[in-house]
Design a protein around this ligand. Structure first.
Ligand SMILES: [Zn+2]
Length: 257
């Protein structure tokens, strides 16, 4: 493991509650930089390719048939990969960024919610444009839920009432809905994420006054952490320890934190 660059201050304790395999360089940075990362595998070929490789430190695989892929693969094909991972997801519904029929998305989503509840495995949720419908389904399947990158102007209360975890995305620097979530989530449910470096670059391009995207996973998480810390009245160091502990002890292990 290579030592962090000497800047005078110790490196922040970092975690990424939601990301994807990304490039080999991105994965290596996570392993070598001790960035605990939940790597979401969204369809059978991706899960098969990732899980065929030896386990690597700091990388935790999670698997779920993603709403964008709900028409391309069956749940039966995905099931062995769900069984192989300690967390189910990301799963959910999306009426903004894909045109997969919603009824099909909903059937695939609820079947996976049922399996997760039966197997007692926590779940990562993708809620884009379907926030109300998804919250209604969650009430039928009590479990531990992580809402990834919540960016809706309304509906946050439903998920707060369900005691969900929330991972704050890289547009927390400018997106009012994401900033509102960062401010309102209980301290013991607060997490951070990149959703992968391509999403980090997208978030920087979408900013009202364009931002220079961070070039590294560490750079992105440090930026998000600094922003979340400022919103919450914490130091980045405190926010780093808090979000990592919420991820390991809270979301992954189900201990009360
Ligand atoms: Zn994602």
């Amino acid at each position: 493991m290579s030592a962090p660059a000497r800047t005078g201050a110790p490196a922040l304790c970092l975690s990424d509650a939601h990301t994807h395999p990304g490039t080999p360089e991105e994965l290596s940075e996570r392993c070598e930089g001790a960035v605990l990362s939940l790597i979401c595998l969204t369809c059978p070929p991706q899960a098969e390719a990732f899980l065929a490789k030896a386990a690597r430190p700091y990388l935790i695989p999670t698997a779920g048939l993603h709403p964008w892929k709900a028409a391309s693969f069956s749940l039966e094909e995905m099931k062995p990969w769900l069984l192989a991972c300690p967390v189910i997801g990301e799963i959910g519904m999306d009426s903004v960024w894909c045109d997969v029929p919603l009824k099909l998305q909903e059937d695939v989503f609820t079947a996976q919610l049922e399996l997760a509840a039966q197997w007692k495995r926590p779940v990562i949720l993708h809620t884009k444009g379907q926030e109300k419908t998804i919250a209604a389904h969650l009430r039928r399947y009590p479990n531990r839920y992580l809402v990834h990158w919540y960016s809706c102007e309304s509906g946050l209360e439903d998920y707060l009432a369900l005691d969900c975890y929330f991972s704050i995305g890289p547009d927390v620097t400018w997106n009012p809905a994401v900033r509102a979530a960062a401010a309102r989530v209980p301290a013991n449910r607060l997490l951070i994420e990149t959703d992968g470096m391509s999403a980090v670059r997208w978030a920087a391009e979408e900013a009202p006054s364009p931002e220079t995207p961070p070039e590294t996973v560490r750079g992105s998480l440090e930026r998000t952490l600094a922003e979340v810390a400022a919103i919450r009245g914490l130091t980045p160091k405190q926010a780093g320890i808090l979000t990592r502990q919420n991820l390991t002890d809270g979301f992954l292990l189900g201990k009360s934190v």
